[in-house]
Design a protein around this ligand. Structure first.
Ligand SMILES: [Zn+2]
Length: 229
């Protein structure tokens, strides 16, 4: 091995070690990030709702009594949530992916400087599987906690037991379903909820029966979350 090659390898090794060291320092000292996030979270109270899918591509179709695609059902749900939030003095806005896509919608959420963001969906599989789950990413360190809080609420609202409590799922952008959605916001905690399987009759019935409970509970989780954050 020539001296030049050896020197380059040593330099690369040192740089890698330096980066590892810096990364370790970051991990060991998260207090700066937390302070920044805390200040941001307390500045105002704004809840952003992203309606999953679009009118052009409305997502999964729910069976009766949902009888609608995700996009239309969750547009309806989002309006209920917004009405409740407004009555409680919480700033709540609905964001759509229509015409601007996932990145465009999240850019708007970012520009609006929301305190937390939740994207609304429902699952569909084979008409038999039921359950609740929440997807989250790594772009904001509080997103996991937000996802946990939402999942805990969904388990309670829909009385999930065993495998029907599908838990929270960490998603990577470009790898996992929903990964693109839940990794867009750096300064804003966000997650994506799948409260039920809209194509399963028992879950569709629960979706309709508890729609106001879900809307109320989303607000309650949000308020509790920003209080603690
Ligand atoms: Zn969906």
């Amino acid at each position: 091995m020539s001296d030049d090659v050896l020197n380059k390898e040593m330099l690369d090794y040192q740089l890698m070690k330096a980066e590892e060291y810096e990364n370790t320092l970051d991990i060991l000292h998260p207090e700066d990030v937390i302070k920044q996030e805390k200040a941001f979270l307390f500045r105002s109270s704004k809840l952003a709702l992203v309606v999953g899918h679009s009118a052009r591509s409305p997502g999964a179709k729910g069976c009766p009594p949902i009888s609608r695609h995700e996009y239309h059902w969750n547009q309806f749900l989002a309006k209920i949530i917004k009405d409740i939030a407004t009555a409680k003095g919480i700033n709540c806005e609905i964001f759509y992916r229509d015409g601007i896509g996932i990145l465009g919608a999240y850019q708007e959420v970012n520009d609006w400087k929301a305190d937390a963001c939740v994207e609304l969906h429902f699952n569909a599989y084979n008409g038999q599987v039921v359950g609740s789950e929440v997807l989250y990413g790594s772009s904001n360190i509080f997103s996991k906690k937000l996802a946990e809080d939402f999942q805990e609420m969904l388990v309670r609202v829909y009385s999930r037991e065993g495998v029907a409590n599908r838990g929270i799922k960490h998603c990577k952008a470009g790898v996992d379903r929903g990964g693109e959605n839940v990794n867009q916001l750096v300064n804003i905690p966000s997650c994506l909820i799948e409260p039920y399987f809209g194509d399963a009759q028992s879950d569709a019935k629960k979706a309709k029966k508890y729609i106001n409970v879900l809307a109320d509970s989303i607000i309650a989780v949000y308020l509790n979350f920003i209080k603690k954050a």
